[in-house]
Every structure is written in structure tokens, then in C-alpha cells.
Design a protein around this ligand. Structure first.
Ligand code: SAJ
Length: 436
């Protein structure tokens, strides 16, 4: 490995697996994070996030002494910035009457500030955080250059986005193709040399701004495609069609691949990243903006479906199954399941939500139960919001014995309608105007 000492700044869902991967290949890794609790946990050889396989992989490198955690970066051969780029709260942009969200780049700026004093000639710095176009050139480079070293001349600087899927991070970090955008071709080459320590997928070199665009285009493309699936679910509901059946048939066409409708789009990537393009050029992005609007309003559409199925929501006890942003992860950020449950509660229902991956989570205006049994026991309706494996595997006959509910509402095509009906439930599906 060309870079023996690697400092990873930001130890979340991306930074920690990346740091673990480099350490497993023999690098001496210093992980830096501003959260003292995270540092304490890692120093004990434990981790603070749920990702399959990561706890074991991390424990192994920690035991080998290949990973050290600290609140501050220290001198290294290569630095990786993998800090969050959330929205700014309480502040939005405006263009011709449309209001759009703004990226909060403070963590990226602080990370670059914390690296600058340690920067030496020949170092490599990589920004991994998803960022608006030109961030590497216009935001990160000037901060690092406070060291009196010049990006692309005295040190290498790259943008290389992570593209891994939560739940499969360890495998995808290795196997996915990777794009490395350098501020110079030599920087891109240096970045490619670094990641070739563990990446077996194709590594493509380009310039930094292209790499930033690539990342934003990928997630925006997926957001727009989910938006059209969600819009189809509304049309199917209107026309007495089962959208899932219609999509399955349409997808037999060799050039059609419609994605799945659902309660909306959540997580920290797809529901956030398109806004970085809207913010950068609101006059050029009406389609991207509308896709965000459709997906953000899908929890309300789901609430309408539930309300129609139950006649009225007033006082109805609804067991909401799953709050994570997608199946089999513990991440609740920007989750449309949470939004849908809160809307139902606001409209007068008594929602009892159960999230098996984070039963202790807390939300305003939403009661969580510690077990599935507690959620379903005295319910009037069961509402499947997330297709967690354990919910998909539920036996309706068994559930029928544990609940007073006789209506099952499926927002994610997770249950077999025939089996639930056999067990005595009325069955309602999001995106289906057809009686099940
Ligand atoms: N969703 C649907 N219908 C679908 C697929 C997804 O409603 O057919 C919903 C999910 O339930 C979830 C949201 O979309 O709420 C996003 O889930 P996801 O699995 O599509 O994506 P993420 O956010 O977990 O990960 C994405 C991935 N990007 C792409 O697939 C283009 C991943 O590769 C990126 O690394 C990640 O964003 C990221 O970090 O940017």
C-alpha cells in the first residue's frame, strides 16, 4: 500500500466501514470524529451503528492495533473526509416562488479546517461526502490551502463519492465501481492508488467536479424513477388497477424497468442529494424539483389510503409496522414511514409504532412499542410500512390470534393478500384501486 498512515475524518455509516477496510489491509488508521461518545465506543472495540458484518470486522482491526480513534485528526499520508452534509434547518432558498432546501456544508468545512494544520507536501486528501458541484474546488481547496501548500501541486486533492447501499456496505465498498475525480490527473491517479488497496470494482479517473456530478446524478435519477412509480400508484388507485401487477407486466418490456412505489423516499441520500442540484441551479431543475415534491407528498397519499380504508381515522388504533427508511436497516433518517405514522396520528388516529431495529427510538407525537405484540394487541388495523424480513415472514394465522385487528394495510407489497384474507383479514394495498 502506497499510503501507510490514513486518517479518516467522520466515522459514520461510510467513514467507519472505509476506515475498517483500510485497516484490514494493513494500513495504520486514525479515525477522527467530533462526537466523544462515538470515540469512547470505538475505543472499547465496539461500534455505534448497525451494519451487517461491521462489528466483527471492526473488532478484528481494533484488536490488531490497526485502528485508533481520536477527537482530532493527526498527521498522516492520506486524509479522507466522510462527514455528513445534511440540510440547513430553518433556512431555505427561493426561486420564482418555489422554495428549496439548502445543503449545510459546515461539517465539511470544519473537517477541512481540522486537517489543514497537519497537511504536509505529498499528502493526499479525499472528500467523500456528497456535496454540491464544485465543492472540492471552491470550498475544500481554499481551506486546505491555508496550510500554504497548493492543491494539485504540493498535495493531491480528490473527490470520490461513496455509492454503497446501507445493509450491504462491506461488500459494495469492495466490489462497486468507484469514481475518483482529481483536481489534476496526478491527484486522480493518487486517489486510485489509495483505493486500489481494497476496491476490486473498476476505478474510473476523472476531474473532481465531474465526480461530484456523477454522485448527484445517480441518486437524482433514482429519486425521479421512484417518483414516477409513486405517481403511477396514485393513478392505479384512481382507475381500479393494482399498480404492482401493472408494473410487473410493464417491466416485461425489454427497455422498461419501473421501480417500486411505497410510502415515499427516505434515508440520508436519495431524499437529500437531488436538492444539491436544485440549490445549485434552480432555474434548470424543474423535473428534479417535482420528483422531490411527489416523493415527499407520498406519505400523505398513503395516509389518504388508510383513511379511506378505515372510514374515519378518529380514535382508530393503528399498529404501524416499521419506521426505518427501508427494509432491514436501523436508519430512521428522513423516513417516510415515520412521516406517514405522524400524519395518521395528527389526523386523529392512535398510532402505536414498532421498529424492530430501533424499538427505543423517540419521535414527537408518535408512540413506539417495545415489541410487535404490544403494537398489534389492541389494534383496529395493521399497517405495514417497511418490508423488514421479519414482517414479511409473519404468519397471518398467528398474527390473527395476537390482535383484535381484522384489516391489514400493506404499503410496500410485503404481504400475500390471499394468505391474510384466509386468516380473516380485510386486505388493502397502497396503489391498488382493485378490491384484493
Ligand atoms: N425506494 C422506493 N422504491 C424503490 C427503491 C427504493 O420507494 O423501488 C425507497 C426506499 O424505501 C428508501 C429510498 O427509496 O426509502 C432510498 O432507498 P434506496 O435503497 O434506493 O437507496 P439508499 O438511499 O439506501 O442508497 C442510495 C443508493 N443509490 C443508488 O442506488 C443510486 C446507494 O448506492 C448510494 O450509495 C446511497 O444512496 C448514498 O449513500 O448516496
Amino acid at each position: 500500500m502506497n499510503y501507510q498512515k490514513i486518517c479518516v475524518v467522520g466515522l459514520g455509516y461510510i467513514g467507519l466501514p472505509t476506515a475498517t477496510m483500510f485497516a484490514s489491509k494493513g494500513a495504520d488508521v486514525l479515525g477522527a470524529d467530533v462526537n466523544p461518545k462515538v470515540i469512547e465506543t470505538l475505543k472499547r472495540g465496539e461500534i455505534h451503528i448497525h451494519e451487517p458484518g461491521l462489528a466483527q470486522a471492526f473488532a478484528a482491526v481494533a484488536a490488531d492495533g490497526k485502528f485508533n480513534a481520536s477527537l482530532q485528526p493527526s498527521p498522516a499520508d492520506a486524509f479522507i473526509i466522510s462527514v455528513p452534509t445534511p440540510f440547513k434547518h430553518g433556512e431555505s432558498g427561493n426561486y420564482n416562488g418555489i422554495s428549496y432546501k439548502l445543503a449545510d456544508m459546515q461539517a465539511v468545512k470544519s473537517a477541512a479546517e481540522s486537517i489543514a494544520p497537519h497537511l504536509r507536501k505529498g499528502n493526499l486528501v479525499i472528500l467523500e461526502s456528497t456535496s454540491p458541484p464544485r465543492t472540492t474546488l471552491d470550498v475544500v481547496a481554499p481551506i486546505l490551502e491555508k496550510s500554504n501548500l497548493k492543491a494539485g501541486v504540493d498535495f493531491h486533492l480528490c473527490y470520490s463519492p461513496e455509492r454503497v447501499l446501507p445493509g450491504q456496505i462491506l461488500r459494495e465498498l469492495v466490489e462497486n465501481s468507484r469514481v475518483i475525480g482529481g483536481v489534476t490527473p496526478a491527484s486522480a491517479q493518487a486517489g486510485a492508488d489509495l483505493y486500489s488497496a481494497f476496491v476490486t470494482g473498476e476505478i474510473t479517473q476523472t476531474d473532481a467536479t465531474t465526480a461530484e456530478m456523477v454522485k448527484l446524478m445517480e441518486n437524482t435519477y433514482r429519486d425521479a424513477n421512484i417518483a414516477i412509480a409513486n405517481e403511477f400508484s396514485r393513478l392505479a388507485d384512481q382507475f381500479g388497477v393494482d399498480v404492482w401487477e401493472a408494473i410487473a407486466i410493464a417491466n416485461l418490456h425489454p427497455r422498461v424497468k419501473i421501480l417500486n412505489p411505497g410510502p415515499g423516499v427516505g434515508g440520508h441520500c436519495i431524499s437529500v442529494d437531488p436538492w444539491f442540484l436544485v440549490e445549485s441551479a434552480p432555474q434548470l431543475t424543474p423535473l428534479i424539483y417535482q420528483s422531490r415534491q411527489v416523493n415527499d407528498s407520498q406519505p400523505r397519499f398513503l395516509a389518504d389510503v388508510v383513511e379511506r380504508a378505515l372510514g374515519s381515522l378518529k380514535g382508530k388504533r393503528i399498529a404501524a409496522l416499521g419506521l426505518a427508511y427501508k427494509p432491514d436497516v436501523d436508519d430512521l433518517r428522513e423516513s417516510p414511514a415515520v412521516a406517514a405514522a405522524q400524519i395518521l396520528q395528527e389526523r386523529g388516529a392512535q398510532v402505536r409504532a414498532y421498529e424492530p431495529f430501533k424499538p427505543e427510538a423517540q419521535f414527537a407525537n408518535l408512540a413506539l412499542t417495545p415489541t410487535l405484540e404490544a403494537a398489534v394487541q389492541n389494534a383496529d388495523a395493521l399497517l405495514l410500512l417497511v418490508k423488514h424480513s421479519q414482517f414479511a415472514a409473519l404468519n397471518p394465522e398467528e398474527v390473527a390470534k395476537q390482535t383484535s385487528a381484522r384489516i391489514a394495510i400493506d404499503a410496500v407489497q410485503g404481504w400475500d393478500s390471499a394468505a391474510w384474507k384466509r386468516a380473516g383479514f380485510r386486505f388493502v394495498k397502497l396503489g391498488s384501486g382493485k378490491e384484493q
